[in-house]
Ligand binder design. Structure first.
Ligand code: C2E
Ligand code: MG
Ligand code: MG
Length: 714
């Protein structure tokens, strides 16, 4: 396609064997502002056509060699000149040669003798028409391009012939080309998804009956089975009597856009890990349920479920397993709700639906259609039972329990937020009740969370007010029954409540971060006490202090410990640090570095509550540990329970093989002590020997004679 240039005049090629005609044509056209090239026979004419690419050709019919008809036909066969305007100059004014000219592809003809002024007009007109055609072709190509990019096709339905014209893109969208194109509405409707056909039919019917335009989304199923989503807009054209003549419109393939929208919606409303609805979606759904329940005067139960000790699983087994566990819990909850068979009659049966993950290890379930609040308990019991079976993750067996809280609309709140908040309080109450159970909300729970807040504020001030104290519990040597060391155990001397045990405020301190200053205080106080006992001339005994994860994880923890030791001027081994397995496994590599650094400063290290965590033997070997402390729960039943006895023996054997000292915690009876001693346990701690006591009492014990607790020990 030739672009008309603004500057250069159009070029005409004159092909005529008659010199005079060429001369006159040249004069006429040049006067009209058209440049002229000449060829004196047909072959040269074709040659120049290719070489010069003229804007118009004037072609004589009667020429020696190739005649004008032949030249014209050959020119048309060239792709570049399929549309170049060709004016045939015939000497014969008969119909036959005019027909012949058009058949050969001529654009127009003029008869000789030529009326010159008319020739100029004719040429200018043909040039203008040709330029207009060029512009049209270009704009059509641009439109087709744009439509292809936009996946937009157009179509035109002639209601008199019933035929539907479709643009190439419209055909591509339907997935059928050429001969297979659906020519009428019935053939097209066969492609439309059966579920959407009715709606489309109705819209088309309205268009035909009432000349109504329509805008509609529907799906088609292509011949290859692919489903596409289309958006269609159509308008109706009527004749003067308002009778519809044609319907035409556009069809756009919006499949990808719809898919992207769905993905965005999923991301916004679903949790990617468990693929369950998220908090926001749950709240929306619960809102609808509450509105519905209000109308029907029904109850709705909201159950909040939190996994017990999930943090510990995450820390010891890694976040990857933690994530897998959450996904598995989600799947198991879904399954257990789906297989719900309620004992109540079907029409009054509560419906447990809309399970969601609220975040972290917290899930929630709404139970609708409740006749009585107590029915939610059935759901809670089933869920807790379903979760009690072990999970198999990454080659390990993981056991979890969960605590659940229940709030019921309208008794415990009449909006979404109040219900969720109260179910949450009830869940925390279930945790306080020893976990692995469910609790209904009661207003007193909010009082207890207030009490917790008060306690937190008081704990903040406890350090500066000097209300914290360390008690010490002896660890005795199983052979000599001498005090080999003591464990420092913190207490809070509360101004109103008296002595508070660590289990009542250490978890709160960990939650609030207060554990870090408390840990610092414990360390300093223990070192100060160690120095006092040294100064009093007692044989060196070690003081063990318990360190929680946030203390241990401080970047300057080692430096702090070193400074405390240096200030108290203590010998290596004077301070021992007790850490639980979860503290070590949290970031095992970092923990190993910290432990090594502590060792270099002469700090002894022991693993507390050993056997309750998930530490792997591989790690144990790589940590520079001195002591394992067998958890009290094993020691407690060591006489009655064969399994606990064998675990205890195994831990003692493990300690021996790794060259570690083993301390049995919570030794209360002589039978336990005898068993432990026989099993090769070298150190014991427990009420049998002494409860944790104040420093002065320990001083007295250190001074006094050695008391043998066991007759058998003699
Ligand atoms: P733990 O480190 O395992 O301490 C042993 C706990 O067992 C102490 O409870 C002790 O009084 C108790 N116990 C000792 N012998 C017996 C016995 O024969 N029978 C029974 N039933 N219990 C016995 P306590 O003092 O209440 O401390 C509880 C936990 O609080 C400690 O467990 C430790 O995890 C934490 N804790 C105590 N002091 C501190 C501290 O200064 N810092 C940190 N971070 N945690 C501490
Ligand atoms: Mg301890
Ligand atoms: Mg312990």
């Amino acid at each position: 396609m030739k672009r008309p240039s603004e500057a250069a005049p159009p070029l005409a090629l004159v092909v005529d064997d008659d010199f005079t005609v060429r001369l006159l044509v040249r004069q006429t056209l040049e006067n009209a502002g058209i440049a002229v090239a000449e060829a004196d026979d047909g072959s040269r004419g074709l040659h120049d056509l290719v070489r010069l690419d003229p804007d118009i050709v004037l072609l004589d019919v009667m020429m020696p060699g190739k005649n004008g008809f032949e030249v014209c036909a050959e020119a048309r066969a060239l792709a570049a000149h399929s549309r170049t305007p060709i004016l045939m100059m015939t000497g014969l004014d008969d119909t036959e040669s005019v027909n012949h000219a058009y058949e050969a592809g001529a654009t127009d003809f003029i008869t000789k003798p030529i009326t010159w002024p008319i020739l100029a007009h004719r040429c200018r007109y043909m040039l203008r028409a040709s330029q207009a055609l060029d512009r049209l072709a270009r704009s059509e190509a641009r439109l087709a391009d744009a439509q292809r990019l936009a996946r937009l096709g157009h179509w035109d339905w002639d209601l008199s012939t019933h035929e539907i014209y479709r643009s190439p893109e419209a055909l591509r969208i339907l997935g059928c080309s050429g001969a297979l194109a659906p020519m009428d509405y019935a053939a097209f409707a066969a492609l439309v998804h059966p579920s959407d056909r009715g709606e489309l039919d109705a819209a088309v019917r309205r268009a035909l009956d009432e000349a109504q335009p329509y805008s509609l989304e529907y799906r088609i199923v292509r011949a290859d089975g692919a489903e596409r989503v289309l958006h269609e807009q159509a308008v109706v054209e009527c004749d003067r009597t308002q009778r519809p003549m044609r319907i035409h419109g556009t069809t756009q393939d919006i499949t990808e856009r719809r898919q992207a929208e769905q993905r965005i919606r999923r991301l916004a409303l679903y949790d990617t890990l468990t693929e369950l609805p998220n908090r926001q979606f749950f709240k929306e759904q619960l809102g609808h349920s509450l509105a519905h329940a209000k109308r029907l005067e029904q109850k709705v139960g909201v159950l909040v479920l939190d996994l017990d000790r999930f943090k510990r699983i995450n820390e010891t087994l890694g976040h990857n397993i933690g994530d897998q566990l959450l996904a598995a819990v989600g799947a198991r909850l879904t399954q257990s709700l789906r297989s719900a068979d309620y004992v109540t009659r079907a029409d009054t049966a509560p419906v447990a639906g809309n399970l969601a993950r609220l975040g972290g290890d917290e899930f929630t379930i709404q139970v609708t259609g409740l006749a009585q609040a107590a029915d939610v308990a059935k759901v809670a019991r089933r869920i807790l039972r379903a979760l009690s079976h072990p999970f198999h993750l990454g080659g390990q067996e993981v056991v979890v329990t969960a605590s659940a809280g229940i709030a019921v609309y309208p008794d415990d709140g009449d909006d979404v937020d109040a219900l969720l908040q109260n179910a949450d309080s009830a869940m925390y109450h279930a945790k306080d009740q020893g976990k692995d159970n469910y609790q209904f909300f009661s207003p007193s729970m909010n009082v207890s969370s207030l009490a917790k807040l008060t306690l937190e504020n008081q704990l903040r001030k406890a350090i500066e007010r000097d209300e914290l104290v360390l008690h010490y519990q002896p660890k005795v040597d199983a052979i000599s029954w001498r005090i080999a060391g003591v464990e420092a155990l913190i207490r809070w001397r509360h101004p109103e409540r008296g002595m508070i045990a660590p289990m009542e405020f250490i978890p709160l301190a960990e939650e609030t971060g207060l554990i870090v200053p408390i840990g610092d205080w414990v360390l300093g106080e223990a070192a100060r006490q160690a120095a006092i006992w040294r100064a009093a001339g007692f044989a060196p005994i070690s003081i063990a202090v318990n360190m929680a994860s946030p203390s241990f994880a401080q970047p300057d923890f080692v430096a702090k410990v070193a400074a405390v030791l240096a200030q108290a001027n203590l010998e290596p081994g004077a301070i021992e640090i007790e850490l639980t397995e979860s503290v070590l496994m949290h970031d095992a590599e970092a923990a190993r570095e910290t432990l090594r650094a502590l060792k270099r400063h002469g700090v002894a290290l022991s693993i507390d509550d050993f056997g309750t965590g998930y530490s792997s033997l591989a790690y144990l070997k790589r940590f520079p540990i001195d002591t394992l402390k067998i958890d009290r729960s094993f020691v407690r039943d060591v006489i009655r329970n064969a399994e606990d006895a064998s675990i205890t023996r195994a831990i003692i054997a493990l300690g021996k093989s790794l060259g570690l000292a083993v301390v049995a915690e919570g030794v209360e009876t002589e039978a336990q002590a005898a068993f432990l001693r026989e099993s090769g346990c070298t150190l014991m701690q427990g009420y049998l020997f002494s409860r944790p006591v104040c420093a002065d009492d320990i001083t007295a014990m250190l001074r006094g004679p050695v008391q043998l607790p066991l007759d058998a020990a003699a």
